[in-house]
Each structure stands twice: as structure tokens, then as C-alpha cells.
Design a protein around this ligand. Structure first.
Ligand SMILES: [Zn+2]
Length: 248
């Protein structure tokens, strides 16, 4: 399974009437327990939600203890006056299989999709990505119904995490000379698909809104302070230098 193909939509329950708002990707957000039919249990091996939840919560706990990026995001949130209480602000749930996580701006809660984000690595990626949305919501009073705000926070999340972990060399479309350009293209593409996955807009509209806010949002590297490179010491460096940005 290619986890990077999955998007991390935002969720908001109040605007379901707005057809541009999005999709029903988080059945448990409406207070309903996800209930697989017997056919689905037989075919897809579902019906093991409680053990999935337990593993998911264990992965979250390990990330909070050991992942420099997750720890950096948590301390940045704390310093910005939005301290994260794990039980209150992070929730493992069953989601639609097209998503691996989400941020619910109304409840100020990060969702980790226990049926999709099963590994420690994916859990770290989801947590970091969604905590960037939480940080933007905390710092900038982001309005997730505003398409430009949404595009901006998706650009920042792709920039600081996803695209920095994907070698543009592996994507096969770059020489060392145009890596910077490829990184930008990666961020644009990823952000565009993130917008597309949660809003009923056309590809052209999503591309347009990402382009409009791109420069401003791409150059805003707070709170991580640098773009990460895979297998580099960057994430440890960022965590060590967090005091430079006023985080403790
Ligand atoms: Zn996102």
C-alpha cells in the first residue's frame, strides 16, 4: 500500500449542507460507532476495531515519547498557548480507507485512522501533518471554510513533512540541479490533492487556489524551521534548536 497516496483531509461537522464542504470520511465523528457488516468482516477482515484502536494508541504514545518531529510540534503548540492533552486532542478512529488521518477544527482534534495508519512511521507522518494544521489553527485562527486558508495550511504541511521525506530522485523527475523546483512541484501537487480530497472543487480550482497563496505559505517554515530530508539529522536538529523559535 502506498501511504503517500492517501490524503489527510480536514473535517468539520457543521457544514455538511454545503456541498463544497467535503465528504463523509469519518463515520465515528458523528458519534456513531463504526459497524462493519458481516459481509465486510468476512471479505476484508474487519471487526477488529478494539485491537486496532489499542495498537493505534500505542503508536501515538511511542511517537509522543520518541519522535523528535512530534515532540517539536507538541512543544510549539504548548508555547503558543495550545497545549495538547493526548486524551482530549488526539483520537484513534475507524475512517474511510481513502484517508489516513484528519484534523477536526471544530473540536480541535487530530484523528489518526486506526484502520489505515497502522505503522509507527505512518502514525508519525499523520501526527506531524495534522499537528501542523492544529498549530496553524492555534497561531493564525485559521478559518477552514476559507479555501485559501485551507490551501495554505496544506502547503505548509506538505512542505514541512511529506515532500521533504520523499526523495525527488525516487520520483524520477529530477536531476540534482532542479531538486528545489521538484520540491516545490511536490508541495504544489500534494497540497492540491489534499484540497481536492476534502472539498468538492475542480482540479483547476484547487490548483488555482494553491498557486495564489503558494509563495507566502511555502516560505513560512514555522515551527519546524527547515525542510526535512529523509534519513538526515534534520529532525533531531530541529528539535534541539526549538528554543531558537521560542518553544520550550
Ligand atoms: Zn492536511
Amino acid at each position: 500500500m502506498n501511504s503517500e497516496a492517501k490524503q489527510e483531509p480536514l473535517n468539520n461537522q457543521s457544514d455538511n449542507s454545503d456541498e463544497k464542504w467535503g465528504y463523509d470520511l469519518y463515520p465515528e465523528r458523528r458519534g456513531e460507532k463504526y459497524n462493519p457488516s458481516f459481509a465486510r468482516i468476512a471479505l476484508l477482515g474487519e471487526g477488529r476495531e478494539s485491537s486496532d484502536k489499542f495498537k493505534c494508541e500505542k503508536n501515538v504514545w511511542n511517537c509522543v515519547q520518541n519522535s523528535p518531529l512530534v515532540k517539536l510540534m507538541l512543544s510549539a503548540l504548548k508555547s503558543s498557548g495550545c497545549e495538547v492533552d493526548l486524551k482530549r486532542h488526539i483520537s484513534c478512529e475507524v475512517c474511510d480507507v481513502t484517508v489516513n488521518g484528519g484534523y477536526d477544527s471544530e473540536l480541535n482534534q487530530v484523528v489518526v485512522c486506526q484502520n489505515v495508519s497502522r505503522s509507527q512511521g505512518m502514525t508519525q507522518a499523520v501526527l506531524t501533518h495534522e499537528l501542523i494544521h492544529m498549530f496553524d489553527h492555534c497561531r493564525n485562527k485559521l478559518d477552514f471554510t476559507n479555501l485559501e486558508h485551507l490551501a495554505c495550511t496544506e502547503i505548509r504541511a506538505a512542505n514541512l513533512t511529506h515532500c521533504s521525506f520523499m526523495s525527488s530522485m525516487i520520483q524520477g523527475d529530477s536531476s540534482p540541479i532542479n531538486i528545489a523546483k521538484s520540491h516545490q512541484d511536490c508541495v504544489k501537487t500534494k497540497a492540491m490533492y489534499s484540497v481536492l480530497s476534502v472539498r468538492r472543487v475542480t482540479k483547476e480550482e484547487a490548483t488555482g487556489v494553491v498557486d495564489r497563496v503558494f509563495d507566502r505559505c511555502y516560505n513560512d517554515l514555522e515551527p519546524i524551521g527547515r525542510r526535512m530530508r529523509r534519513n538526515s539529522l534534520d529532525m533531531h536538529k530541529a528539535y534541539r534548536e526549538r528554543f531558537l523559535y521560542g518553544y520550550d
